[in-house]
Design a protein around this ligand. Structure first.
Ligand code: GAR
Length: 212
């Protein structure tokens, strides 16, 4: 069975969704860069080993990333899932885990990389927003895409209501992506693109606000 390590920085709702998704892999550890991350308590309640590698304890990104890599490598993971992990990782770290490191991002990438995705989506007046699971590459929020979910943006939405609608889908697609990775059904190929051997289910078009 494959091993996964989950990295968090805060609330940990995506981590919790993974812990409760009955995945075909062993969740070996949850590691946070903040000792006060709420998700650590949730992991402990699920009897998952936890560790803190506090970025504030390190003088620069390279030394933090080296300490983080040492904590990760203790578990020899096949997959490392960033779940609301809010630190930018060095190229060296990203290259070391090529094909193993995945991230969930609250937008339909390549739109809205970075932070405040829901605020920016609302201010642009887009009608369809969503979330993305992708392999991590050195360019921030830009790696090869494994799965995306799209949601409508309502006239009455606030960043809060929109983020809740997106988060609900994040929990579903992240568990799906990790399931595929653990079963060896998707992978990052030599050309740096996503390959897979699973059937593609037909999906429905999302048109919003809808045709008459
Ligand atoms: C999630 O919405 C996740 O997509 C986002 O942070 C939130 C963490 O929530 N991640 C990023 O913005 C990374 N660029 P959670 O801690 O409840 O999973």
């Amino acid at each position: 069975m494959k091993n996964i390590v989950i990295l968090i920085s805060g609330r940990g709702s995506n981590m919790q969704a993974l812990l409760e998704a009955n995945l075909p892999c062993k969740i070996a550890a949850v590691i946070s860069n903040r000792a006060d991350a709420q998700g650590l308590e949730i992991a402990r309640m699920h009897d998952i080993p936890t560790a803190v590698v506090a970025h504030r304890d390190y003088p620069d990104r390279a030394s933090f990333d080296a300490a983080l890599a040492a904590a990760i490598d203790r578990h020899a993971p096949d997959v490392i899932a960033l779940a609301g992990f809010m630190r930018i990782l060095t190229d060296h770290f990203v290259e070391r885990y090529r094909g193993k490191l995945v991230n969930i991002h609250p937008s339909l990438l390549p739109a809205y990389p970075g932070i405040d995705t829901h605020e920016r989506a609302l201010s642009d007046g887009i009608k369809i927003h969503g979330c993305t699971v992708h392999f991590v590459t050195p360019t921030l929020d830009h790696g090869p895409i494994i799965i995306q979910a799209a949601v409508p943006v309502m006239r009455s939405d606030t960043p809060q209501t929109l983020s809740e609608r997106v988060l609900h889908e994040e929990h579903r697609i992240y568990a799906q992506a990790i399931r595929w990775l653990c079963r060896g059904q998707v992978w990052l190929n030599k050309e740096g693109r996503v390959s897979g051997n699973r059937l593609e289910q037909p999906g429905a078009a999302l048109i919003f606000p809808g045709l008459e």
